[in-house]
Design a protein around this ligand. Sequence first.
Ligand code: ADP
Ligand code: MG
Length: 691
Amino acid sequence: MRPEILFPLFAPVTSLKGIGQRFGKLVERAAGPRLVDLLWAKPVGMIDRRFAPKLKDAPPGQIATLTVRVDQHLAPGNSRQPYRVRCSDETGHITLTFFHARGDWIEKILPLGQVRVISGKVETYGDQLQMSHPDHVAPEGEIELAVEPVYGLTAGLSLKMMRRAVLGAVAHAPALPEWQDPALLARRRWPQWLDAIEALHGPETLEDLAPERPARQRLAYDELLADQLALALVRAHAKRQPGRVIAGDGRLRERIVARLPFALTGSQRQAFEEIGADMAAPERMLRLLQGDVGSGKTVVALLALANAIETGAQGALMAPTEILARQHFATLERLAAPAGIRMALLTGRDKGKPRERVLEGLADGTIELAVGTHALFQDEVRFADLAVAVIDEQHRFGVEQRVQLASKGRGVDVLVMTATPIPRSLQMTSYGDLDASRLTEKPAGRQPIKTSVLPVERLDEVADAVARALDRGAKVYWVCPLIEENETIDLAAAEERHARLAERFGSRAGLLHGRMKPTERDRVMEDFAKGGTDLLVATTVIEVGVDVPAATVMVIEHAERFGLAQLHQLRGRIGRGTAASTCLLLYAPPLGETAKERLTIMRETEDGFLIAEADLRLRGAGEVLGTRQSGMPEFRLADLAYDQELLAIAHDEARLVLARDPDLASPRGKALRILLYLFERDAAVKYLRSG
Ligand code: ADP
Ligand code: MG
């Protein structure tokens, strides 16, 4: 339950004086429905109203505060015309215009013959000065015009109204007990929370808006600490769940490794050692296996699964899509079946008798390894004794789903695999509850991918190069981009490209897209992997996980429209065998600055972590992981592009705090609970043993 001291902050914005239903809606659209949302609305700029020129010096286009005499009221002839008020000082004239305004109200605020201070943006109309809808109108001496913060607005909401709402929220903000370490506050010269809030909304100079200002830093740190503390609580809770000791005798793993056509890399061996140690420990494993595309995560996962199966228990591997689940199944079957592991595939597509047989096998334990999609979560799916769950490409799943699968067994060890190279900083926020193993080496014998960037005018040359590659026996991907998040249009582009290429390459050219039925898609993929299709025109459905080692050429059209992470994922589909690979990035000029930088990075490096760091620099943190997909929290106050150092501190401090005070029962612990509620990490609070 939310602590009472926070009640005022979670009241609706309409509880503020002067904010009725109508403005409440607009404020809600701009910031959010509650006072606390207004507190988190960061000013985005400043207006300096101290600029008070004479009319002859008032520059059009700028905000100015003018002291003028009201000379004449000109009521409009019809409702489309503005109400005009002519004013002057000793150096010139200006006309104030008001659309849809009531005359009596204007006469009241701008009485004829009186002097008024007006502030707003100076414009010109013909050769005359004009100001429409001044932001402020007041008698001389009645208002003190200074600097004002500017907020993100929405249509129909004036800055004045927004500011009134924000100041109202600030006035309702209570002093809260200090949750930060006093030593940290002193060292960083950070203000108290309430002072920081007041400073955030009462900047005096443009510099006060900088993220490195003490008040801003303090608030960003509050938010990051709340986030890290919540993750640490989830983690501590999961670790407290009794786990089980899983240590197989190695017989299946030996058989598997003996049959591999390659030697495991040092990274793969080390990752498996870490995983094996976790599984053998009586606590639950919660581990992230992070490895760039093609680094060989699948084998490591299989060894973990085999380890559990050796003890007589079961393992499950879950993939985000049907294609991937099938592909994993095929790969694992090749490796695991000869070792004697009984396995089955379960996806949403399986129905009727075959599905029942799989469910039975899982329930009675005759199936030892299940590979599947979300279908593995369904209620009817029961395992005889699930001991380890591997979740592939986790950023497409949420944290809850991780928990859901784990609840299908007793003390299930969880291994999350991701190919998204996540910068360390982001890893802390999205996977802060997991230990991490990283595959840093590429399998031996891989050759670097040669990447070229070409304008689309050179399409014919590209087609010629593709023809030569096909003659040499290469398999080629040809990717058509997402143009406007509109599947129909995207599809049309891919279909048209396919038709053009089929004119030249005949039936060697295939087409793969997201609108196809899954069976159809499988057939196309199968044909590309083993059959007569050598050139596969595809939409981005091939982005994740697809593994055809013979594919050595990739053409990406409109590469300028893809994000770095996506380009990297796509390119990772080639360079998976021992033959040299080529990636051709086609762009439509003119290239914007960021797009140019992205393509340059792609040309210069294949290192997923460098690419991810660059990605974080070029766009916001939330985008790197795809905030909606990842379930990653969006930060309101912190900005991971600036606050990475703070995040690292928050990460360590959260763990330290819980080590000392696991139930947050000390006075500081109690204050930290308030912090969790303030940032709405309520769910984490329920993991505390005492309410
Ligand atoms: P990812 O990490 O992208 O999931 P995969 O597990 O799909 O990578 O492996 C990519 C390819 O590399 C597969 O064809 C796999 O058989 C191969 N592979 C895995 N480990 C090694 C290794 N140690 N040496 C050579 N090839 C390997
Ligand atoms: Mg994979």
